[in-house]
Design a protein around this ligand. Structure first.
Ligand SMILES: [Zn+2]
Length: 279
């Protein structure tokens, strides 16, 4: 590595470290849960939080550098986060993102565990997310037993690539049904939920930069952004949206998404070619 590359990597380590330290600051993590990563696309390297280190004890030098393609550790003495394979799969597929955050933040995880996406209900949502924040399908027995973290990444990518939500649930249903497990009844519930809302959400063809978050079913949220700090910013906004959406839904369980015109107004004035807000 030449001097400039080393310097860029040191800067990225510092940036990823600082972004990780924002997670406890904003109340998004408990214990050592949660992780932030950042990517140097030119070098093909990802910098990520080490596994199991307390936030108080962490330093920029503890950040681990891994290869984008192979996942091999290139620099650092600690083990990379156990979620590294999920991060890498997202970077390999979502080519324009520069940072990723994973937490088990309370309200976003509440939606993930209920296996429901978060529909746009107000302009706070519209300022950051252009449409529903989707929830993935359930993972199959084989995916869970196999290369679990990599498969988690693949299920997220599949959600954005355009898999029909009802089909995805039906697929999970079929898998679970074959095992005749207790989960069967719960999955039927998930299907019922999807059917109820089928008028407002069916097909996902989602631009990851327009909707920079996902809820992994029965697990928790991943968010991303142009860089690690932007990804943390989106994680904080997501948590706030989940908190508000849960309360809105408790007032009116059948609440419809906000007007499309209002969503367009708020998202498009801040993002895209016609953006004018804050300039
Ligand atoms: Zn997790």
């Amino acid at each position: 590595m030449i001097g400039l590359e080393i310097e860029m990597l040191e800067n990225l380590k510092k940036e990823v470290y600082e972004a990780n330290m924002l997670l406890p600051k904003y109340g998004l993590v408990t214990f050592t849960w949660g992780n932030v990563s950042g990517i140097d696309r030119d070098a093909g390297l990802v910098v990520i939080k080490p596994s199991g280190v307390e936030y108080d004890a962490m330093t920029p030098d503890d950040m681990v550098v891994v290869d984008l393609i192979t996942g091999e550790t290139k620099d650092g003495t600690l083990k990379p986060s156990s979620d590294t394979a999920t991060h890498l799969e997202l970077y390999r597929n979502f080519k324009d993102i520069g940072g990723i955050v994973h937490t088990h933040s309370r309200w976003a995880t509440t939606y993930a565990q209920a296996r429901q996406g978060i529909i746009p209900l107000g302009t706070t949502h519209g300022d950051y997310f252009y449409g529903e924040i989707p929830c993935t399908r359930l993972m199959t027995e084989a995916e869970i037993a196999g290369d679990y973290e990599l498969e988690t990444g693949k299920v997220i990518v599949e959600t954005f690539a355009g898999v029909n939500a009802s089909d995805a649930n039906a697929k999970s249903h079929a898998n679970t049904k074959a095992h005749e497990s207790d989960a069967n009844a719960n999955v039927s519930d998930a299907n019922a939920n999807v059917d109820t809302d089928s008028a407002t959400k069916v097909t996902y063809h989602i631009d990851p930069l327009s909707v920079p978050a996902v809820l992994v079913a029965s697990h928790g949220p991943f968010t991303w952004g142009t860089d690690p700090h932007n990804a943390v910013h989106n994680a904080v906004v997501l948590e706030e949206l989940a908190f508000m959406a849960w309360h809105d839904r408790s007032i009116d369980p059948w609440l419809n998404p906000m007007q499309q015109t209002l969503l367009d107004k708020h998202y498009l004035r801040k993002h895209g070619s016609g953006a004018y807000y804050g300039q």
